[in-house]
Ligand binder design. Structure first.
Ligand SMILES: O=C(O)CCC(=O)C(=O)O
Ligand SMILES: [Fe+2]
Length: 354
């Protein structure tokens, strides 16, 4: 079992001494734990710390957890699913009017196979899913856009789907707030002041990426599935999935376990950037999607990343003499660019051409 930190224990010195609770070995869980966020969102310091502690335990053992009582209105989420479905139901030519390949900042539609999350194993045309990348909508005259900062700029919105933009924008804003809250929970779980990450979240690089997975039939192998086995690149992902299911998570024992649909919940997971920030104390865990339901599957992942210039180097509570920093420092932007280039062929080709 994980040792819980003793709140009455001796005060920790300022010189990076690692809390033993942070060193806990990963326990192979046979289910993704569920955490009620209500006390964190509305409670006082003691309640917040208590919820953060449970989140920290999940982040160390499996890097995945469900949240309920998260404060995102159910009707907003349902509306975002409905708009996503409306978009994907259109003919391909319509969808390609906002082709991601025309975007200077990785926004817009990508077709089936456009992303390959497991290029080593998936040799038959990439992920069996199509999607849209919708990020922070910055105008062309924003200083960061004028300066040519990669991944910063305007979205491509479909021209003929009234309501799509407003709904997805509201969903983005709501999830953006939730992302900030979760980063505060992570800070507490890591024995840092709860506002520790706020300085890196002035203009966080966040993306909502609606996905559509057609049903897969016949013999299915690792050569092509809905989303190939991967870890997420960024800091944290907040996923809304529909009732179809099909998400699988690889636990610390190496076993694939199901992360089924749970009503009114989000699935939250740690990505590589957060694992790097915490010196691998938080786990960035492999997951994949296989849709054998015979029905269409939709999901709404929200990827939350810090400011482009956030320094991602080992947090002071995550390293010490007995646990040296494993990774050299990087920035939020550089980390994401390296990862996107590995999974989107068009993006790598475009960067190479510049
Ligand atoms: O659609 C899902 O359930 C998961 C998607 C995912 O893992 C991703 O896009 O990184
Ligand atoms: Fe993922």
């Amino acid at each position: 079992m994980t040792e819980s930190p003793d709140p009455s224990g001796p005060a920790r010195s300022a010189a990076a001494a690692l809390d033993p609770a942070l060193l806990a070995a990963r326990i192979p869980l046979d289910a993704v734990p569920a955490i009620d966020l209500g006390d964190f969102l509305t409670g006082g310091p003691a309640e917040r710390k208590q919820v953060a502690r449970r989140i920290g335990e999940a982040c160390r053992n499996i890097g995945f957890f469900y949240i309920v009582n998260h404060g995102v209105p159910a009707d907003l989420r349902a509306a975002a699913f409905a708009e996503a479905k409306r978009f994907f139901d259109q003919p391909l030519a319509r969808k390609l009017e906002i082709d991601i390949e025309r975007s200077a900042c990785h926004r817009g539609y990508f077709k089936l196979g456009g992303e390959n999350l497991d290029p080593e194993k998936q040799t038959q045309g990439g992920d069996l899913k199509e999607g849209i990348k919708i990020g922070r909508d910055l105008p062309r005259d924003h200083p960061l856009v004028r300066a040519g900062t990669p991944l910063h700029g305007p979205n491509q919105w479909p021209g003929d789907l009234p309501g799509f933009q407003e709904t997805l924008q509201s969903y983005f804003d709501s999830l953006n707030n939730l992302g900030r809250q979760l980063m505060q929970a992570f800070a507490l779980a890591l024995e840092l002041p709860e506002d520790h990450f706020d300085r890196d979240l002035e203009l966080p690089m966040a993306t909502v990426g609606p996905l559509h997975y057609p049903p897969q039939r016949g013999r299915i192998s690792e050569a092509q599935i809905g989303a190939g086995a991967h870890t997420d690149f960024g800091c944290l992902t907040i996923l809304a999935q529909d009732e179809i299911g099909g998400l699988q998570v690889r636990n610390a024992a190496g076993d694939w376990i199901d992360a089924p649909f749970v009503a009114d919940s989000f699935v939250v997971n740690i990505g590589d950037m957060m694992a790097r920030w915490t010196n691998d104390i938080f786990a960035s865990t492999q997951h994949r999607v296989i849709n054998t339901s015979g029905r269409e599957r939709y999901s709404l992942p929200f990827f939350f990343d810090p400011d482009h210039d956030a320094e991602v180097s080992c947090l002071e509570t995550c390293c010490g003499p007995d646990r040296p920093a494993k990774y050299p420092p990087t920035t939020g932007l550089q980390h994401l660019l390296d990862m996107i280039n590995a999974t989107f062929d068009y993006h790598r080709d475009k960067q190479a051409a510049n």
